[in-house]
Design a binder for this molecule. Structure first.
Ligand code: CP
Ligand code: NVA
Length: 304
């Protein structure tokens, strides 16, 4: 059966932990003769309906390092951008390629791609989830603390695709996740229910950033207006004004706490420059880990 990666729940918890271990191994092996090329002779397409820097480059490089050919499609220059059905695109891409990385708007489009594709589909970001980013984030947390289970994570800001992915990560690896969100920007109840049904870790939603940050190992945030929400930028700036991760908020966290951000970041909005560019920030390791974590994912799903 073809396996897809729509959300973190598409991996069993022990598979997810093993995959992060493999990502760390591939990081060590990079550039050595021992680095594997399990996708030799294959091709993987990266279909983008939204802008991307990290996802595009980390997948292109990672696919090539595993021995396969990366093919990037920018929606506006394809027939998808002119309305060709996702299902037709999925069938045709499955004939040419051995995997599809898909970045899109509604998560239903990822589901439609998965239903019609006969090769693994990887969600490269949808309106509801960004699971590839969480692979890298969990790897970065592992590298910093040597473990995942039991760590306390503070999410500050929008209950968006990144927040949803942290919620499923908490349930999969047993984190204590506290999200501080302004009224009207809380995560979807369905995602919270999904995590609670898994039963590991804990997830709670509070209003005060300080309450979330208190005693945290990890403090993380994201832009106030995600792709597709640009028209709401002004209203969101007002709603999120008290939700900046600054030095005072970081001081509530543990002394060894780290700061993560999926990037791109807006200094002076969701994060103060002295935090993202300061000693607690792990954002560059986090961005680099996209490459290693996705290579582990591609190897697992495509090479089997
Ligand atoms: N974090 C992330 O997905 O970055 P890009 O939008 O640049 O791919
Ligand atoms: N929440 C952001 C993440 C970008 C990587 C967005 O969807 O635009």
């Amino acid at each position: 059966m073809t396996r897809h990666f729509r959300t973190l729940v598409d991996l069993e918890p022990d598979e997810l932990v093993a995959l992060i271990g493999r990502a760390r191994e591939l990081k060590r092996l990079r550039g050595t003769a021992a680095h594997p090329r399990p996708l030799e002779g294959k091709a993987v397409v990266i279909a983008l309906e939204k802008a991307s820097t990290r996802t595009r480059v980390s997948f292109e490089v990672g696919i090539a390092e595993l021995g396969a050919q990366p093919i990037t499609l920018i929606s506006s220059s394809t027939q998808m951008g002119r309305g060709e059905p996702i299902e037709d695109t999925a069938r045709m891409l499955s004939a040419y390629c051995h995997g599809v990385v898909y970045r899109t708007f509604g998560h239903d489009r990822v589901e439609a791609m998965c239903r019609a594709a006969t090769v693994p589909v990887i969600n490269g970001l949808s309106e509801t989830y960004h699971p590839c980013q969480l692979l890298a984030d969990l790897q970065t947390v592992q590298e910093s603390f040597g473990r995942l289970e039991g760590l306390r994570v503070a999410w500050i800001g929008d209950g968006n695709n990144m927040a949803h992915s942290w919620i499923l990560a908490a349930a999969q690896v047993g984190l204590e996740l506290v999200l501080a969100c302004p009224e009207g920007y809380e995560p979807d109840d369905a995602v919270l229910e999904r995590a609670r049904a898994i039963g590991r870790g804990s997830v709670s939603v509070v209003r005060e950033p300080a309450q979330a940050a208190e005693g945290s190992h990890v403090v993380t945030t994201d832009v106030w207006a995600s792709m597709g929400h640009e028209a709401e930028t002004r209203a969101r700036a007002a709603a999120f004004a008290a939700y900046q991760v600054d030095a005072a908020l970081m001081a509530r966290a543990r002394p060894e706490a780290i700061f993560l951000h999926c990037l791109p970041a807006h200094r002076g909005e969701e994060v103060a420059a002295d935090v993202i560019d300061g000693p607690a920030s792990r954002v560059w390791a986090e961005a680099e880990n996209r490459l290693h974590a996705q290579k582990a994912l591609l190897e697992h799903l495509i090479a089997g």
